[in-house]
Design a protein around this ligand. Structure first.
Ligand code: PEP
Ligand code: MG
Length: 883
């Protein structure tokens, strides 16, 4: 088996299509080498070795060692150096690289191959003893941390103490001999911690690092990241070993990162940061504040530090040439890492750049207009779920702003919440229903869970490509990074800024679009959607087959739904209007009534309210279809609970509290979700269904008279399990239609259909379709009843289930295609057998989940219906399913 693939000097054994085997980084390094770009030579150990490693008690295939030695020799030949050589040593970096990018999740070791002998050779060869020993101490620090488990802070403490002793302030104050002394101290510390010497044999070092990279695939950070991004554990990571190039060889050397387009806005401009005389991790870690790459960006930032364009014009020109070539080649915005060693530019990485949803839209639309990709490719490029980010609120431009600090606009959108200084606490507070802003000096992969829990993130250190910025953009969370005037004191749980002290629990607002940090809660505004958004959605609408409707209960929902492109209402849960204003009084009167007469009297009060609501919905929706569902929840839900509440309610409606209590007790059910609800209500109390049907029909007529548009209401009966149930309720609806026609002289057009949300309804769809003109799959209840899991009580164990991998994903979030989905398929097939033109939709929460939308497309539904804010997501997901 071939376990190792080499690259360098204009060719490679791998290529960009081999990401599964070589990981993203390895595949792209190979591709860049094949393109003839300046890539330091190296090799990739495949992800299959990772799989082997875990399947065989952390051991390697027999052939691996020979293949690694051969690859090392090949690199050495290209570089003109030899690994472990005492006079001209080849030094390497060792990095992880999984199939999907996992920024900052895995560990990296630089300068590997240095030891007490080779460091002297490096000093002689480079003519720079300070550089050589600085590199050695960096190597010892990283290697000890990543491979030997001696944490970073041990070395930081030694360094700080040394600087204090000597009266040094900056690292640059240290001379060569200072680093020599520190290297000795570092080695001594390692020995004290692990009981043996820091490894001197470069081959031992290399195998130690390779093992550490493979082991890091299973560390907590990586596990968390995989869980959050649905990356299977089975993929494994590859390991990349590459000849070192040095960005820290003096002022003609540098290191940097760049995006070929702006990752926040999508604007077509080279965008990035670099640091002179530094190594890669210095930029990403955000320890030194980086410089701009282009002059234009430097001017815009009003920085007095020179740009790369002016400081290193030749390397800059080369970077421009390469970035244009890479963008053309990959036909996408790229995220680049590069190093300049003594004036020569080297490419260390290229990959599709992470970007905000806003940037993704603009880039996809512009790439399509530039002719680099097709419209369908542009559609496929956008993660539907990410559109959510665009729907984030922003700060009202007219609101007064009490600015406490300014940082970088690292991830757009505004967020407000209580200050919290630790990620664990962010998680705890979030769980208790609080909104928090996570404030850190800088974030690290250990903070992922806290960032996830927070509404937004604020850091006092780090640039636009710092960990906080990159991760927040990926999550779609507002982030302000590098707010340098903020002094965070973790011990005191405070942050000081400009003479003000803010404590844990104080409310702040951050504006990730401008970088402002504001005092208190600032009014926000609903987002405006860009031109690119409508362009791309227009393309998506042309491509999709599924129609997209919204679940909308109120006129306000309907207005939002139409704005987001809903083509109808797929579900109006009428009961949601029962709580508006003082209607609940009439509802309760109906429930308390002793007989049909009393119920009818109470229902007569509800009729005009329902009719008014429906009329508004019909008027807003015009000639788009509107499905209105008859009352579904158990009546108990409308009654007060607890003695105090019962007394209050009884008093306000002039009822006897004892009677109210008895009625509530009588209606109490052990299992209300499987209890007296859905069509069972309409069957036991037909007068309720009749009132609702009348309200619907009279509203349709009134709306039609006002708008002149034909209204064809769809009346939907919930929770049926058997055709007889539907027939009984349908007879009442039809009779009511007749009555209204007779009273008004108006000819109604309407459809009667049913929710399909019980397994039995799926199985008996053939019979049910004889009476139903449409089906709407209620996959919330269908999931609950298929799994036998209560949708309201599942939270207590679903987490454990998902963690243990029993459910790959919460089945209430994404439709279970093989179980619940199988029932949907049966329902579709059997329903169409009876009535080939039966209208089929879905209105469970799954209607806004991209994977579930794809499923609905496959089984041939006519439409999906989801909450108004998810309508754009569903439109895009439906298009992706169709292309
Ligand atoms: C469903 O069960 O999927 C549904 C849409 O109805 P509800 O959520 O109101 O029970
Ligand atoms: Mg339901």
């Amino acid at each position: 088996t071939k376990w190792v693939y080499t690259f360098g000097d204009g060719r490679a054994e791998g290529a960009s299509g081999m990401r599964d085997l070589l990981g993203g980084k390895g595949a792209n390094l190979a591709e860049m080498a094949n393109l003839g770009l300046p890539v330091p030579p190296g090799f990739t150990i495949t992800s299959e070795v990772c799989t082997y490693f875990y399947a065989h008690h952390k051991s390697y295939p027999d052939e691996l060692k020979g293949q690694v030695d051969a690859a090392l020799a090949a690199i050495g030949k290209i570089a003109g150096k030899a690994f472990g050589d005492k006079s001209d040593p080849l030094l390497v970096s060792v990095r992880s690289g999984a199939r999907a990018s996992m920024p900052g999740m895995m560990d990296t070791v630089l300068n590997l191959g240095l030891n007490d002998t080779t460091v002297e050779a490096l000093a002689t060869k480079s003519g720079d003893r300070r550089f050589a020993f600085d590199s050695y101490r960096r190597f010892i620090t990283m290697y000890s941390d990543v491979v030997l488990g001696v944490e970073h802070h041990h070395f930081e403490e030694i360094l700080d103490e040394y600087k204090e002793d000597k009266g040094y302030v900056l690292d640059t104050d240290l001379a060569a001999e200072d680093w020599v002394t520190l290297v000795a101290k570092y080695k001594k510390k390692v020995k004290a911690e692990i009981g043996r010497d820091f490894p001197q044999d470069p081959h031992d070092q290399l195998w130690g690092a390779i093992g550490a990279v493979f082991s890091s695939w299973m560390n907590t950070r990586a596990n968390t990241y995989r869980r959050l991004h649905n990356i299977p554990e089975s993929w494994g990571t590859a390991v990349n070993v590459q000849a070192m190039v040095f960005g820290n060889m003096g002022d003609s050397s540098a290191t940097g990162v760049a995006f070929t387009r702006n990752p926040s806005t999508g604007e077509k401009q080279l965008y990035g940061e670099f640091l002179i005389n530094a190594q890669g991790e210095d930029v990403v870690a955000g320890i030194r504040t980086p410089q701009e790459i282009t002059e234009a960006a430097r001017k815009a930032a009003q920085s007095d530090k020179p740009s790369m364009e002016s400081a290193m014009p030749n390397a800059f020109a080369e970077l421009v040439r390469i970035y244009n070539a890479l963008e053309k080649h990959y036909r996408d915005m790229q995220d680049l890492e590069f190093t300049v060693e003594k004036g020569k530019l080297w490419m260390l990485q290229t990959r599709g750049g992470k970007r905000t949803a806003k940037a993704a839209l603009r880039i996809a639309v512009e790439l399509a207009s530039e002719g680099l990709i097709t419209q369908n490719e542009a559609i496929a490029r956008i993660d539907p779920a990410s559109l959510d980010q665009l729907l984030h609120p922003t700060i009202d431009p007219d609101a007064p702003r009490d600015i406490v600090a300014n940082g970088l606009p690292a991830s757009p959108g505004a967020a407000c919440g209580e200050i919290v200084f630790s990620s664990d606490e962010a998680e705890t507070l979030k769980a208790s229903g609080k909104r928090v802003i996570l404030v850190r000096v800088e974030t690290s992969p250990e903070d992922i869970h806290g960032m996830h829990a927070a509404e937004g993130i604020l850091t006092s250190r780090g640039g636009m490509t710092s960990h906080a910025a990159v991760v927040a953009r990926g999550m779609g969370k507002p982030c302000v990074s590098g707010a340098g005037s903020v002094r965070v004191d973790y011990a005191a749980n405070t942050m000081r800024v400009g003479g003000k002290t803010l404590k844990k629990g104080d409310i702040i607002t951050i504006d990730g679009s401008t970088g402002q940090v504001l005092n208190g809660e600032v009014p926000m505004m609903e987002p405006k959607l860009s031109g690119e958004f409508s362009t791309l959605m227009g393309w998506a609408d042309k491509a999709r087959k599924l129609k997209v409707r919204a679940n909308a209960d109120t006129p306000n929902d309907a207005t939002v739904a139409v704005k987001f492109g809903a083509e109808g209402i797929g579900l109006c849960r009428t009961e949601h209007m029962f709580f508006e204003g003082d209607r609940i009084v009439a509802v309760r009167e109906m429930i308390l009534a002793d007989d049909e007469k009393g119920r009818r009297a109470a229902l007569a009060k509800l009729l005009p309210m329902q009719r008014g609501d429906f009329q508004k919905l019909f008027e807003i929706m015009g000639d788009r279809p509107v499905t209105i569902r008859l009352l579904d929840p158990p009546l108990h839900e409308f009654l007060p609970h607890g003695d105090e509440e019962i007394a209050d309610v009884a008093k306000s409606m002039g009822a006897d509290p004892q009677k109210l209590r008895e009625r509530a007790q009588a209606l109490h059910e052990f299992n209300p979700m499987l209890g007296f609800r859905g069509c069972r209500l309409a069957i036991a109390y037909p007068e309720i269904a009749e009132m609702q049907a009348r309200a619907i029909f009279e509203a349709a007529i009134a709306a039609e008279k006002r708008t002149g548009k034909r209204v064809i209401p769809e009346v939907m009966v919930p929770l049926i399990a058997t055709k007889a149930e539907l027939d009984i309720v349908k007879a009442r609806i039809d009779a009511m239609a007749k009555a209204v026609e007779k009273e008004t002289g108006f000819k109604l057009e309407y459809q009667t259909g049913t929710m399909i949300e019980l397994p039995r309804a799926c199985l008996l769809a053939k019979e049910i379709a004889e009476s139903a003109e449409f089906f709407s799959f209620g996959t919330n209840d269908l999931t609950q009843t298929t799994y036998g899991i209560s949708r309201d009580d599942a939270a207590s164990f679903l987490g454990t289930y998902t963690e243990k991998g029993i459910y790959p994903i919460d089945p209430f979030v994404s439709l279970d295609p093989i179980g619940v989905g199988e029932l949907v398929k049966i329902g579709v097939e059997r329903g169409r057998k009876t009535r080939p033109d039966i209208k089929l939709g879905i209105c469970g929460e799954h209607g806004g989940d991209p994977a579930s939308v794809a499923f609905c497309h496959e089984v041939g539904l006519d439409y999906v219906s989801c909450s108004p804010f998810r309508v754009p997501i569903a439109r895009l997901a439906a298009a992706q399913a169709a292309i």
